[in-house]
Structures are given as C-alpha cells and as structure tokens.
Write a protein that binds this ligand. Structure first.
Ligand SMILES: CSC[C@H]1O[C@H](OP(=O)(O)O)[C@H](O)[C@@H]1O
Length: 351
C-alpha cells in the first residue's frame, strides 16, 4: 500500500509528518515524528487531535516503535519493547476510544503474525496495517457523509461545535464530512461554528477548513449558541464524538452537552457523526467514560493573553457527556442509528 499524505498527516515510510494544529490558522507548521515518543508527545500536546486522527497517528507511532526495535535478535524482547510502545502511546489522552481501538488492532496483528514472521517482515505487516487504518478512515468518513447528508435539506443552516473535520480525521471529517457531502450533493448549506473555548478548535480549525472548502461559515462565541437557536437561525446541529457508550451517551468536546440541551429546548435535531471505532461497547453508559482534564493554562491564557493571575483557581475538563435522550441520531458508516440506542448499537457492531 502506498504512503499516505493528507491535510492532517503524511506517512513517509520512515516518519510521520503532522500539521501542527496548535499554530493554525495563522501558520502552517509541521512536526516530523521520527520515533514513537515523538508521536506520543504530538498526541499529548495536541499537535494532532480529533479521535480518528489520534487513532491513525498512534498506529503509525506503533510502526515507528517496531522499526526502532527491529534490530533486536530476541523476538520476545522485541515483543516486550512493543508492549512498552503501546503503553506509552495509550497514556497520551484518555477519552477518545479510537486511540485504544487503533493500538489494540495493531497489537492483534502483531500477535497474530508473530510466530510466522521474522522481525523485519513483522515491521512491514504492521506498516501495512497502519496504512489500512488510515485509508479506511477516509472511506468511512465519506460513507458517514453519504448517510448523514440525507438528514440535511437544501438551504439548511447547521451549527457545529469544536472541529470534527478533516483535521480531526485522516481526511474529509465526520461532522464536517456530512456537511461536505450535502454540499457535494448540490445542497446549499451554511454553517455556524462555535469558537469552542478554551482550545478554540472551532474558531481556528473548523472555520479555516470550511472557508478553504468554500462553505459559508459564521463564527460565533460559545455563549451565542442559544441565542442563534432562539432566533430560528439553526436547522440542525452536527457534532463529532470521542467516545460513544453502549447506551448511546456521547463524550465530545466540552460545551457539547450545553449545545444539546439548548437544541432540545428549541426543538432542533442534534446529530452525532462518528465511525463505529468511536463506539465503545465495553462502557455501559456515559458515567464510565474517562474525562480528560487538561493544563489550566489553556484556560488561564487565551492565545498568549493572560486572562487571570496564577492564584485564580481553574477547572479545565476537555470533554463532557451528552446523555442519549438528547441525541436525535448517531450517523455511522453502516447506518443512521436512533433510539433505543443500546439495541441498535449492539445490532450494528455485530453486523
Ligand atoms: C472527529 S472526532 C473530533 C472530536 O475530537 C475533538 O477533541 P480534541 O480536539 O480535544 O481531540 C472534539 O471532541 C471533536 O468533536
């Protein structure tokens, strides 16, 4: 399978080049990850972010680890080293289940191939698997787009929160993929993008992506979402997800829950677009989803401007959980899921 290059990442065969999303939209800078620790740091520091993008990135990080230790003649030592690699990568961020899904998939390929392949061949097999994960993600996102665009009407205005676009995936996006697919299908769609404090994925990434795609976009601050809904400006809401529990509770960027409550209040459909790899059937409901808390300075400063002194207390949960009763539908690559979610989720994951 040939090396991959998209807006989000490029696999060169010996390194993973990531667009450094911390500097967008003002600067397009890149980080070249030459080993698995570079990859782990890039995920942890949000050089790359977004559940599917994190998963694919971790898969390539696993390959870089395999390359780094492929000189070991003792295959069991090689296996132990790759356990360490998997462990390091899995500690980077706790909420997006795609990270663990991708690492478990790479680990399974390693264990399934271990007895029959020499180390160098194992590295090639793992590289092929990481490339499969990346190429599959793009096709999955396009299928999510096709399934979801049927929910949007010509002339609709859609509100989105955070960034669930090409930059949050290998390419095309999930929530923004639905919007792209509707536009590609000839529908006139415009978008209201929440800025999404504190990391500003909406203002910095979603607006940048949609403007580049020629999609009419209006940036609003998070506290304006309710008012634009009250004014009747919004026909639908579409967001991504980091982890969906077996009962359909959805963990997504902080502020998503508030948007879902407001959507309910105003009778606006609230859609979640996500691949099946974001569904975690091992987690019964939203109570079981680990919520990442990030560095307080992400709140203390707003793009280098200090908002409060160091002695002011700060709370910085990076995600929240939207209960399934506020979710109109979950758009996956297999089908659009509606309540009762547990029954429909268990059916679709076993298809
Ligand atoms: C397509 S998943 C995107 C999902 O990931 C974002 O979180 P983060 O930027 O912290 O990785 C956000 O929750 C998006 O909805």
């Amino acid at each position: 399978m040939k090396n991959i290059k998209t807006m989000t990442m490029e696999w060169t065969g010996n390194s993973l080049v990531l667009i450094d999303q911390r500097y967008l939209p003002l600067e397009e800078k890149y980080v070249e990850c030459r080993n698995y620790l570079d990859v782990a740091n890039s995920i942890k520091d949000m050089v790359v972010r977004g559940a599917p993008a994190i998963g694919a990135t971790a898969a390539f990080g696993f390959v870089l680890g395999a390359k780094e230790f492929s000189h070991l003649s003792d295959k069991n030592l090689f296996l132990n080293k790759l356990d360490e690699v998997k462990n390091s990568l899995s500690k980077t961020r706790p909420t997006a289940v795609n990270l663990f899904w991708a690492l478990n998939r790479m680990d399974k390929v390693l264990k399934d191939s271990f007895q029959n392949e020499e180390t160098n061949d194992l590295v090639k097999t793992l590289e092929e698997e990481a490339l499969k994960i990346a190429y599959e993600d793009i096709e999955i996102n396009k299928q999510i787009g096709k399934n979801g665009e049927t929910l949007l009407n010509d002339g609709d205005t859609v509100l989105t929160h955070c960034n669930a676009g090409a930059l949050a995936t290998v390419d095309y996006g999930t929530a923004l993929g639905v919007i792209r697919a509707a536009v590609e299908n000839g529908k006139d769609i415009q978008v209201y993008a929440d800025e999404t404090r504190p990391y500003l994925q909406g203002a910095r990434l979603t607006v940048w992506e949609l403007v580049k795609s020629g999609i009419k976009t209006t940036l609003i601050t998070d506290n304006m979402a309710g008012w634009v809904m009250k004014q009747g400006k919004i026909n639908a809401i579409i967001v991504g997800a980091d982890r969906i529990a077996r009962n359909g509770d959805v963990a997504n960027k902080i502020g998503t829950y508030s948007v879902a409550v407001l959507a309910k209040r105003h009778g606006i459909p609230f859609y979640v677009a996500a691949p099946l790899s974001t569904i975690d059937i091992e987690t019964k409901d939203g109570e079981g989803i680990p919520i990442e808390e990030r560095n307080h300075n992400e709140v203390r400063f707003c793009h280098k401007t200090r908002l409060v002194p160091d002695d002011v207390n700060i709370y910085n949960p990076a995600f929240d959980v939207t209960p399934n009763e506020l979710v109109t539908a979950i758009i996956t690559e297999k089908k659009v899921l509606r309540s009762p979610y547990e029954k429909n989720i268990m059916e679709v994951v076993t298809l």
